[in-house]
Design a protein around this ligand. Sequence first.
Ligand code: NAI
Length: 715
Amino acid sequence: MTATIALSRPEEDIALLTLDMPEKGANVLSSHVLTELEKHLDTLEAESERALAGLIICSGKPGTFIAGADLREFVASLDVDRQEIVDLCRRGRTLFQRLAALPAVTIAAIDGICVGGGAELAIWCDRRILSDSPRTQFGFPEVKLGLFPGWGGTVRTPRIVGLYNAVELITSGDSIGATASVEMGLATEAVAVDDLYDAAIRLIRAEDQSKQYLKDRIHWSEPIVMSETETGFLGVTASGFIQQKTRGHYPAPLAALEVLLEGSGSDIDAAGELESEQMANLFGSPVNRSLLNVFFLTDRNKKDSGLAADDVPATKINSVGVIGSGIMGQGIAAANVKRELPVVITDTCEDALRCGVQGILDEVSYNRELKGPDAKRAVHFASLLTAATHDVDLAKCDLVIEAVVERADVKKDVFARLEDQLADDAILATNTSTIPISELGADLAHPDRFLGIHFFNPVRKMPLVEIIRGKETSDRAIATAVAYAKHIKKSPIVVQDGPGFLVNRLLLPYMSEAVELLLEGATPKAIDRAATSFGMPMGPIHLYDVVGLDVAAHAGGIMLEAFPDRAIASPLVSDLVAAGRLGQKSGCGFYSYNNKKRKPEVDQELLPFVAARRKEERDITEEEITDRLLLPMLLEATRVLDDGIVEDVQNVDLGLIFGIGFPPFRGGLLFWADTLGAKTILEKLKPYEALGVRYKPTDRLLDMARTDGTFYDNR
Ligand code: NAI
């Protein structure tokens, strides 16, 4: 195997370890790389303090230091026994402790991403110098994989930056930039990339004189001095915050907090052993496996061009037109402007346009640090936005996305008006949520450059974009749309045309089943509670109100027409729409929203509407509610796969996680189904057979049960 770490002597008394993983875009810490490091440490430990003034560790890859541990090795070890995990953790930690005890000052010179195992290696150095590039990020994202730093990161970090900072860094999993790292005391200084090496040399010379690092080493090996009251206060506030954020679904941040607090009072060896033992409880757990799956789904998506052949050239999009400045038009325009793409937004209604522009500027000028609008940002982004009630400025856009009302006739009119004005290679897209692309593009002179680019609401929060291929859509248009969506930091998946495409086709059975449950005796709160206990960000009844009952009724109608054998008519929803109960936007729907925060409140005035359509009156358990909501969605997913709407199971799972917030700790709908197994799913379906085709096992599921197959095996 080719070497990853090169040991050199740029100066007589300076050692330099350069990590450069052959044929990889980023360095990761595999067991092979750790073995190399072990060998280099053998060499360096043999040096005398006089011969070696300092060691610098750097990356040979500009813009990435180390992107973490090798997760493919993690996956290969998921089923090993507990002791093996403890030993693996111990191996990494012991190695880094050897690094920390070398007979010379050790300095990590970091440019670019330094996370996970890479951050642990760096934290065990005496000092860290960071490049001031915006690419430089330091963090411990392990909790996002259901773990915590297991190579001594929980031991060393609080001793370097203090327990408060370490708790925040490690339990949040969020990375920080160079300036914040210096402020926290994690890095000595932030310098220009070109000065990184020289700054490290300067620091070595200074430390060699002062020997401050040796005093620090003694200090860092001892327990952290903090009063019981202070530790207790930190424990209570941090665990309250974590519980509120994770809703009990993600055990790693709390486990990390416990290890940090308990380990802080011990010497480093005892704290390290505690970390390794506790890590073994998380490694290979269902949540860890699910989150690893989500990581691989996301990683694959980043590399996916959306086409079988990767050589179809994408046209670079330099300007975007958005037609319709309603909820979606605003969100889409803001997403583009934030990525520095000039946008022309149009609307036939002047008031709507005015409101739209205000909405866009409010969003793009928001400054997280100020927790409010930032005039500088507003001025900068406003210069990228042109608003008009006519089409003239749209003609010069490379991409035009239509987001007008969900009516085929209105949309077709817009396209007919616009098509002749566009440049030959411009792309024309629709944000329709339900109308087939081939139908909308049927009258176009150039249907090859027409496709669906379907964003999700709210655009700023939902990463998914469905790229929908009509019958005539060209590969160039698909490749361009995929590259464009990635450019504005979205996660595109290519889906074939069809009613509801992918996500809405799966979401609607889940929503209409909620209305059925309501009519059988479950309360809105009980239904929503079952969904959120499963991990959904919002229950389906609440979701109706947020989406708008009129919008949901319209989409439901389309699904009913497309799939009459299994879609359910929901006359209750139509009754509520007729009564003006449209959901949050009208002040009431299933719930009422007559409070400042527009939170859903139980509304007695709903009862007569439910009573008029009531089917049964019985007690329904939470388990039944959960099964009833999820099983029709799962069966529809098997049909989506059979119909070839998406390429594979991973895209179903990614689509639901990024489009509707399906709980990541379940790994995705089909990943979750695999954890149950096809036979169990068939058992779960049995009690509902009488409800018709929507609960009838599909051939794919029956086959899987017969062959002990899983969705992920058959992908
Ligand atoms: P909206 O009703 O908030 O906005 C539509 C805007 O289009 C209005 O401002 C209206 O004045 C304008 N408009 C109507 N006819 C026009 C025309 N001929 N030319 C220019 N502007 C015109 O609608 P919303 O919710 O933004 O939806 C827009 C599209 O996005 C629809 O196709 C919808 O299905 C789709 N969509 C909606 C989602 C949602 O959650 N609201 C999610 C994903 C897609």
